[in-house]
Design a protein around this ligand. Sequence first.
Ligand code: 13P
Length: 248
Amino acid sequence: MKTIKAIVANWKMNHLRADAEAFCSKFVAEYTQKTGIAVGIAPPYPYLELVGSRLKDSGVLLFAQNGLDKPKGAYTGEVSMVQLKDIGCYGVILGHSERRQYYGETEATLVPKIISARENDLLPLLCVGESLAQRESNEILEVISRQLAILSQVGAGSIWIAYEPIWAIGTGRVATPAQVEEVHVFIRKEMIRLLGEPGKDIPILYGGSVTPENATELLQTPEVAGGLVGGASLDPEKFHQLVTQAQK
Ligand code: 13P
């Protein structure tokens, strides 16, 4: 099997209803689906269903930005994987550094989330990445290895990985192709070590200040199967340019 390529928009806590609608109209009008390149959008919870309905029949996949492993019950403020599947999500971003940093997401909380996502036929898109302090103290591979170690607990199965160095997120300070390659090659080795043969085909996306200006070079970097895009994904034209570059 050849590793699929993918470009996923992570809107984070941005856009209101009208923006989401305008984005979808513009993007869907320009977008042509091509085989081998998956395109996804992860809007905030309140607009998931709206965006899902506007993307219907376009081939664009709907992602949530988080989900809880419990199927239902007294978990005020949470949304279950069952509910995400029910409203048409294809996948769910898990372990984003902003959730690790601000909301106490840890390897321990991620294990049941990945399992629950899979049980509900949702693709987990697991984010890993080091902080600037960890990079400067040369702990990069150790941190990534620790974050990926949970794969041995959840086993082989559907998953995409996104390498998002925290210092490159929303800063305009994109990692160089050499920095990206070093970590992506390491992630590939770790996945094969942890999962065996299936580890060879898991797509590894890069995220962190990806723009139409730097995407072509990043996308040509070995082991980079696409991008997880924040800021540049809010503008339908920029996002479309990114998708077009990945489709080349
Ligand atoms: P930016 O593209 O805004 O740096 O965000 C990256 C990101 O965190 C995507 O999940």
